[in-house]
Write a protein that binds this ligand. Sequence first.
Ligand SMILES: CC(=O)N[C@H]1[C@@H](OP(=O)(O)OP(=O)(O)OC[C@H]2O[C@@H](n3ccc(=O)[nH]c3=O)[C@H](O)[C@@H]2O)O[C@H](CO)[C@H](O)[C@@H]1O
Ligand SMILES: [Mn+2]
Length: 362
Amino acid sequence: MELRDFWGKSSKSWLFLILLFIASFGFYSNVFNWIPRWRQREVSQSCEAHHLQGQRESPPLSEGDCYPDTCRVPRVPRMLYPKAHVLQPTRVDVLLMTPWFAPIIWDGTYDSAILDAQFRNTTIGLTVFAIKKYVVFLKLFLETAEKYFMVGHRVIYYILTDRPADVPQIPLQEGRRVVILKVRNYTRWQDVSLHRMEMISNFSQQRFLHEVDYLVSADVDMKFSDHVGVEILSSLFGTLHPGFYASDRQRFTYERRPLSQAYIPEDEGDFYYAGGFFGGSVAEVYRLTTACHQAMVVDKANGIEAVWHEESHLNKYLLYHKPTKVLSPEYVWDERMLRKPPYLRRLRYVAVPKNHAQIRSR
Ligand SMILES: CC(=O)N[C@H]1[C@@H](OP(=O)(O)OP(=O)(O)OC[C@H]2O[C@@H](n3ccc(=O)[nH]c3=O)[C@H](O)[C@@H]2O)O[C@H](CO)[C@H](O)[C@@H]1O
Ligand SMILES: [Mn+2]
């Protein structure tokens, strides 16, 4: 048969076959979308790939890595709230954005109603270490957290302690619980502080990854004194240390000895971050704590300990892994050490006075 004839005679059947193929292709691609598990796997795989881009040195993850502010844009219900005005900035007295476009969180810059809607169904883990005598700080820490920390959201307090029997029983609001994790102690207080990174890293893989969406790591010798909510949540956040937020980088107390893995040269540095309040998605906190722990292992082998312990390593990490939100000093303050400037409208998480020699002794 001539080719032209074949095409002429069979054109209708060919057209039919092509249409049938297109229809069945469309049907099957939809069928896969209808299977929830299939979709879920697709989403987590693509988010994982997105997150891991350019981060080959980071430890691999077994879980999906999707959080409200990164991979998926959360749907919010109809809400009534004051409209933002493009020509009326919410604050003109403080920096609201880092040069890499991470918001700096100050009072008056966000609307909790919108954020609470975006972060509904989020579970937040708050890790707090209370080793040796530091258990005395737990009661006030937990009582004030119940009043101010992530109110209305699901919270798990992870209390890492060597003295489980001394953990006080505090009445908790609905959706909130305490998990006590028994850990070893160290003789030197510096070692207790340093090893927090290792323990958070280990527990992240063992359980945090499966139990919560975000992790917040906090000092225990502090109390919450005003709202601390989902406005802080992001893939990775650090807090401006109250003693250095207005300083030049040369004055930051970074580790300055090149022998240490925490070394930062004089001509680098964005901010000086506080060791006492940082966090992010579990995956990012896992990466951060693992990297800091590994750096400390190398330091130890080289016979050096960074000047401000794990805080120095945190600062090094956050210099080369820019946080996606930065918390203002509203989120870590010390009323005894510092005079409150007028632009600091709220003090949300503040130091509790302590007798260093007494509390740090065995
Ligand atoms: C508010 C803030 O940014 N604080 C940081 C700062 O000092 P601080 O002087 O606030 O350190 P610290 O004495 O509070 O120790 C850090 C934390 O380790 C835990 N702990 C420590 C000793 C102990 O015997 N038992 C125990 O449980 C406890 O959770 C405590 O809050 O510098 C430290 C490193 O030098 C850490 O980076 C802290 O996070
Ligand atoms: Mn402290």
